[in-house]
Design a protein around this ligand. Structure first.
Ligand code: 13P
Length: 280
């Protein structure tokens, strides 16, 4: 069933777990992720980032994501990841997304607050949740840029949360998008300080490559939404490659099934680490 992200994250706060937010690019990934969630009886979030819409246009993939969420046997929120333009955010809301992110992390704080407030006002008539970001998560969502990492200042986070009224706040604590060059070690001192002064669900971007024990510490320290993108795409690609190598692809539908399987295995693994199973 299609649900609001606010409700998912509030339940995760009460239940002491995190919800995986899986990036998808086509129907096969949507189906693989939902199959894993249904099997584990886990709520999940399906997301797509604005920068990916040149490959998967929102007018096509958006209705597919919303329809798949409505059909699912578990609660599914549908989220626009890293929205950068108000036009795209408005389109996602019109299509029935139950959550949108405005990413103004590269802007001066005042401007990030001003535009985020506009997005909160836009989302309100739809009853949709809003996520925003302060500090800078490293890398970039599509690997096209190498944005330098800048950890979130807890005092700024406190002010940002109070002034904007966002439902979820993405933080930078040593995390980065894409595959890490070295094993990342997150700044739990900063995360604790942000949690203590904001009291809203926090979001961890750059989930690919974070150690399982660090994920666990994250969801015990206020992180309630964890974004996984690169790991999904890599798992799908690997599953297809292994199937070809094994001679298991005899025609198009074997390829189709290998894609679904890759997305399913990746989501299953992360749902288990995030302790989301059984909370649907
Ligand atoms: P990864 O690609 O590192 O998993 O990051 C996902 C993400 O944060 C999307 O917003």
């Amino acid at each position: 069933m299609l649900v609001n992200m606010k409700d998912l994250l509030r339940d995760a706060q009460k239940g002491g777990y995190a919800v995986g937010s899986f990036s998808v690019a086509n129907m096969e990934m949507v189906r693989g992720v939902i199959a894993a969630a249904e099997e584990a009886k886990a709520p999940i979030i399906l997301q797509i980032a604005e920068v990916r819409l040149n490959h998967s246009p929102l007018a096509l993939i958006g209705p597919l994501m919303v329809a798949a969420a409505k059909e699912a046997k578990v609660p599914v929120a549908v989220h626009l990841d890293h929205g950068t333009t108000l036009g795209c955010i408005g389109q996602a809301l019109d299509l029935g997304f139950t959550s949108v992110m405005f990413d103004g992390s590269h802007l001066p704080l005042e401007e990030n607050i001003r535009i985020t407030k506009e997005v909160v006002a836009m989302a309100k008539p739809f009853g949709a949740a809003v996520e925003a970001e302060i500090g800078c998560v490293g890398g970039s969502e599509d690997g096209s840029e190498d944005i330098a990492m800048r950890c979130t200042d807890p005092k700024q986070a406190e002010r940002f949360a109070a002034e904007t009224g966002v439902d979820a706040l993405a933080v930078a604590i040593g995390n980065a998008h894409g595959n890490y060059k070295d094993t990342p070690h997150l700044r739990f001192d900063i995360l604790e300080a942000i949690r203590d002064c904001t009291n809203i669900p926090l979001v961890l971007h750059g989930g690919t490559g974070i150690l399982p024990e660090e994920f666990v510490r994250c969801y015990k320290t206020g992180i309630k939404k964890i974004n996984i993108a690169t790991a999904t795409f890599d798992a799908v690609e690997r599953s297809v490659r292994e199937s070809y190598t094994a001679g298991a692809i005899k025609g198009y539908y074997d390829l189709h099934c290998a894609e679904i399987r890759g997305a399913y295995e990746n989501a299953k693994k992360h749902i288990a680490i995030f302790a989301t199973g059984g909370h649907a």
